[in-house]
Design a protein around this ligand. Structure first.
Ligand code: FAD
Ligand code: DHB
Length: 390
């Protein structure tokens, strides 16, 4: 029978970042991941890192490549009704964001974990968390057809929205809040230069579009699509044509197109479960909450949870003080709800709703004009975009 201090369920960005931060503090952890490393690295997801996550990458000792290859952005463009304006982050805050893909964050964390001899079990099945509400929790799972058991002090549930950690908390303890949006995002990755050096978020009558990037030769674009649309309905040409119709004419004219190297549809959802702690089980990241992607908060909010949990565990193992762990759920949720609000607000502002009335449309345009003309409104947006303090 094996024993460790912390079992981390899920080897996505939350689990890996927590694992590296704990390693730095001399706290032992085992990471259990259902898929292979290659599978996890093949998922194209977030692209914009807040200052908080950039700082945590440094704290975890994995920021060398990010600093060399990431791109610092100090503003973003918002387009609507043939107009485009800039929200300048440094004019309103003391921070910037970093364009560096989630895939790269995850790769750096896996490399660091391997280099430091961290125990990561891939392709594990049937993970079950036992006795999390007692002083002797343990986790069982199957690996290569063999049943395994690890006893531990604490469990970090970092296994995403479809994981088992959240469901381990009894239904009568959990309170869930959800909003499902009536559209999705169709995204492509292409080996073409980005259309603009800053991201463009576009509100158009045909629906939302986003021009983003990973580096000087790798672009990421999204268009709003029907919630039940399929990737097979979209040839690359159809995607590019639709994107051109939704972004400002000057950008459409200079857009460089090419074959997509990845194409996928993501539904949009807001979701929060409370509390984020049950006994010795702590939920982190998508296991506890989902935001619609507008504003790039999913990965960043996962990182703030990891920060609070890391602080709590360090305090406990450092001087036996459990106050950080006792207040984890409260602290994490306070920030989660603010981020939920921002992502919901920005999604409502930028998307075309199937049921939208002419009045609703006028409200969106008025709010965009207010944002364009008001330094105070831009300051509120910039503060949220660069990331609220931990
Ligand atoms: P995940 O990344 O979901 O990692 C959880 C890990 O746990 C996975 O590796 C999974 O295989 C593993 N796991 C699951 N169940 C088990 C189990 N039972 N046992 C063991 N392991 C298990 N955010 C943005 O900011 N911008 C974006 O553009 C963006 N696009 C997205 C597109 C999609 C399709 C999705 C699903 C999310 C997107 N997000 C985006 C959100 C962002 O990627 C997530 O917030 C982030 O990945 C959360 O990290 P996590 O580690 O908490 O969860
Ligand atoms: C990206 C995704 C987002 O949701 C966002 O707001 C900005 C960038 C991206 O994948 O690059």
């Amino acid at each position: 029978m094996a024993r460790t201090q912390v079992v981390i369920v899920g080897g996505g960005p939350s689990g890996l970042l927590l694992g590296q931060l704990l390693f730095k503090a001399g706290i032992e952890a085992v990471v259990l991941e259902r898929k292979t490393r290659e599978y996890v690295l093949g998922r194209i997801r977030a692209g914009v890192l807040e200052r908080g996550l950039v700082g945590l990458m440094g704290e975890a000792g994995v920021d060398t490549r990010m600093k060399a290859e990431g791109f610092v952005h100090d503003g973003t463009q918002l387009a609507y009704d043939g107009d485009m304006f800039r929200v300048d982050f440094t004019a309103h805050t003391d921070a910037t964001v970093m364009v560096y893909g989630q895939t790269e964050v995850t790769r750096d964390l896996y490399d660091a974990r391997a280099a430091t001899g961290g125990d990561t079990r891939f392709e594990v099945d049937n993970v079950v968390i036992h006795d999390a509400d007692t002083d002797a929790p343990f986790v069982t799972f199957d690996q290569n057809g063999t049943a395994q058991r690890i006893d531990c002090d604490y469990i970090a549930g970092c296994d995403g929205f479809h994981g088992i950690s959240r469901k381990t908390i009894p239904a009568f303890v959990r309170r869930e809040y959800e909003k499902v949006y009536p559209f999705g995002w169709l995204g492509i990755l292409s080996e073409t230069p980005p259309v603009n050096h800053e991201l463009i978020y576009a509100n158009s009558d045909r629906g939302f579009a986003l021009c983003s990037m990973r580096n000087a030769q790798l672009s990421r674009y999204y268009i709003q699509c029907d919630v039940d649309d399929h990737v097979g309905n979209w040839s690359d040409d159809a995607f590019w044509d639709e994107l051109r119709r939704r972004i400002p004419a000057a950008a459409a004219e200079t857009l460089v197109t090419g074959p997509s190297i990845e194409k996928s549809i993501a539904p949009l959802r807001s979701f929060v479960t409370e509390p984020m702690r049950w006994g010795r089980l702590f939920l982190c990241g998508d296991a506890a909450h989902i935001v619609p992607p507008t504003g790039a908060k999913g990965l960043n909010t996962a990182a703030s949870d990891v920060h609070y949990l890391n602080q709590g565990l360090r305090q406990f193992y450092g001087d036996g003080d459990s106050r950080g762990l006792d207040t984890y759920s409260e602290k994490a949720l306070a920030r989660v709800w603010k981020t939920e609000r921002f992502s919901w607000w920005f999604s409502n502002l930028m998307h075309h709703y199937p049921s939208q009335s002419d009045f609703d449309k006028k409200m969106q345009l008025a709010e965009l004009a207010f944002l364009r003309d008001s330094p105070e409104a831009q300051a509120a947006m910039a503060l949220n975009y660069v990331g609220l303090p931990y």
